[in-house]
Ligand binder design. Structure first.
Ligand code: SF4
Ligand code: SF4
Length: 204
């Protein structure tokens, strides 16, 4: 979710990344991370009556000026997740960068490196994330270190090196377990429904 105004005319189009990679734990809909919502197929097939959390969520690509169409998550392989963190006892907005594809290639993307450097120079709270999967939460590593700030002023090669270190760190951490706290509207992928068709959980 994001309180920033959306960019006019920037729409999700055929992207359904958030409908796949994110966990949703709300009384109206429950879904594990990494499971494609069965309503997602080139767009939301129940868009007009989609649940409340789906109405409230937009990724940060839809709200940050200066990012072009190539930054749409399904095209860029980068999900900019509107996050938050504690600074001086206050909750402030943050951004978590989730890599959807090969991290080595994505972390070499000049646009991503320039974006990270700019955000850090502007003192915006930034994390690198590692996506969760069914039953497990995502991880994140903060990027606003003095080392990163210095790198952001010097050039993107150093920014890339720090991002790669952060990715290595995340890759060696265990993901925290995640048990959905709401029940009754658990949506699952068609594959899941086929593999366990008799457990009584609705797929729709
Ligand atoms: S990830 Fe962003 S662009 Fe893609 S469907 Fe979700 S909100 Fe729309
Ligand atoms: S109900 Fe629609 S918007 Fe919500 S997760 Fe499923 S496909 Fe996405």
């Amino acid at each position: 979710m994001d309180s920033e105004p959306l960019i006019p005319d920037r729409t999700c189009g055929e992207c359904t990344v958030c409908c796949v990679v994110l966990a949703i734990d709300h009384e109206e809909i429950q879904k594990d991370a990494g499971i494609r919502c069965p309503h997602a197929n080139k767009c939301c097939r129940i868009y007009a009556r989609r649940p409340t959390p789906c109405r409230e969520f937009v990724c940060a690509w839809r709200a940050i000026p200066g990012l072009d169409d190539d930054w749409r998550p399904d095209r860029s392989g980068v999900l900019l997740y509107p996050d938050s963190c504690e600074v001086g006892g206050k909750t402030v907005p943050a951004l978590t960068i989730h890599l959807l594809h090969d991290p080595e290639t994505t972390l070499a993307n000049p646009s991503l490196l320039a974006f990270v450097a700019h955000q850090v120079r502007e003192d915006r709270r930034l994390y690198l994330g590692r996506l969760g999967y069914p039953g497990f939460r995502h991880l994140r590593a903060q990027l606003n270190s003095p080392q990163m700030l210095a790198a952001a002023h010097r050039g993107t090669a150093e920014v890339r090196a720090i991002l790669e270190q952060a990715w290595t760190f995340l890759s060696n951490q265990p993901h925290p377990q995640h048990t959905l706290s709401h029940r009754g509207n658990h949506v699952r992928s068609a594959d899941e429904v086929r593999t366990s068709p008799s457990d009584g959980i609705s797929a729709g």
